[in-house]
Design a protein around this ligand. Structure first.
Ligand SMILES: NC(=O)c1ccc[n+]([C@@H]2O[C@H](COP(=O)([O-])OP(=O)(O)OC[C@H]3O[C@@H](n4cnc5c(N)ncnc54)[C@H](OP(=O)(O)O)[C@@H]3O)[C@@H](O)[C@H]2O)c1
Length: 345
């Protein structure tokens, strides 16, 4: 079976995914019986194209990485923007990887809404729409018999949502805590080694890990959006991200880090979702933890998440040194879940 794919956003994550798809094309066909054809790509500054005959993904990746427009790619026609693209494309799956917007999750949420409405399955790595509109988008997906998947929104390709959905049936999630933002962890652990805040931030930006607006990382917004997404999906809350007041790491100084080290401690940005009375409270703040504790040992871009459940007690997941390839894998794993669903009678 041939599956047509569309992309809204073709940045670091989507391009890593495109390379992975091409690299694994033969295995996917052999193991899952699907071939794919990319028929639509939209961007912000590099043009938006449709190509019913199929886009050469590697040529599209190369063009973007040379800073060239996609417009004019062989066999393609240009469209005005992502909305026109979603309206006109004949894709089965839309991969939504546009930048995070912490004000309202837009325009990504509207791209997803429009695609689901057209019965196009949607896979996103963008936590904004999940934090702001999870219930609405899940309901829309169900009414349109489409899938809405988002494994890459928290801890990249680590199977956070899939683990709870598939491996903890019957258990209720009571709370969670984690180090969920790679950029701030690169900065905090880099400062422990005597490097400057700005130097470490540049390292995260060079690796394609930092948000397009790195203030979202530094001021705790990225971690807060992930925490809200976890609470809304795993704990059934309807928390409005605008109610969260995250505290980021902007005020953490080298002196704070040295003082903590004298006490055998390190500073980590910790996101929590805790049941307090009958509500779930989200917090994001830098905290001192023991250097040799599980959280203290998490360095660089690594992430950790501990989930508390009623029937299974506490369970933790550690992701070591992720980069964009791990987020790309989240799109692959979600795509295979959609394929599995497409096979269902
Ligand atoms: N990078 C990571 O490690 C990582 C990990 C987990 C999740 N995520 C999430 O994945 C998403 C993508 O991240 P990324 O690193 O790939 O970002 P990125 O490199 O900044 O790429 C964003 C892409 O979206 C396009 N775009 C921007 N605004 C748009 C709009 N209004 N409509 C359509 N396209 C638009 C950009 O086009 P131009 O290139 O023309 O500007 C670019 O192609 C983000 O939501 C991020 O939070 C990223």
């Amino acid at each position: 079976m041939e599956v047509k794919l569309a992309f809204a956003g073709f940045g670091n994550v989507a391009r890593a995914f495109a390379r992975m798809l091409v690299e694994r094309q033969n295995d996917l066909t052999r193991d899952y019986g699907f071939r794919f054809r990319a028929t639509a790509i939209s961007t912000n500054r590099h043009g938006s194209i449709l190509s019913p005959e199929g886009i050469d993904l590697i040529e599209a990746v190369d063009r973007m990485e040379r800073g060239e427009s996609l417009t004019g790619l062989a066999g393609s026609e240009s469209v005005a923007d992502s909305f026109s693209l979603i309206e006109q494309c004949d894709a089965y799956i839309l991969f939504e990887t546009t930048p995070l917007n912490v004000e309202n999750g837009e325009p990504a949420a509207s791209y997803i809404r429009r695609a689901l409405d057209r019965r196009i399955h949607v896979i996103t790595a963008n936590k904004g729409p999940v934090a702001f509109c999870y219930r609405e988008l899940r309901r829309l997906a169900r009414t349109r018999s489409a899938s809405f998947r988002f494994e890459g929104t928290v801890m990249d390709g680590a199977p956070v949502f899939n683990m709870v959905e598939s491996c903890l049936p019957g258990a209720r999630v009571l709370g969670f805590e984690g180090i969920l933002n790679s950029t701030t962890n690169i900065i905090l652990t880099g400062m422990e080694e005597g490097r400057s805040f700005d130097e470490c931030l540049m390292e995260a930006e060079r690796a394609g890990i930092a948000e397009a607006n790195a203030d979202y990382d530094i001021d705790g917004w990225d971690a807060a959006m992930k925490a809200v997404a976890l609470a809304n999906v795993l704990m059934g809350t309807e928390i409005n991200p605008r109610e969260i007041k995250p505290q980021g790491i902007r005020a953490v100084t080298n002196d704070d880090i040295i003082t903590a080290a004298r006490r055998g401690r390190v500073i980590r940005l910790i996101a929590r979702g805790q049941q307090v009375s009958d509500e779930v409270v989200i917090s994001v703040a830098p905290e001192e933890v023991m250097k040799d504790s599980p959280f203290g040992a998490v360095r660089g871009s690594s992430n950790i998440l501990k989930i508390k459940t009623d029937l299974m007690g506490e369970i933790a997941m550690l992701e070591t040194d992720p980069g964009v390839r791990q987020t790309a894998y989240a799109l692959v794993s979600d795509m295979l879940a959609v394929f599995a669903r497409m096979r269902e009678p």
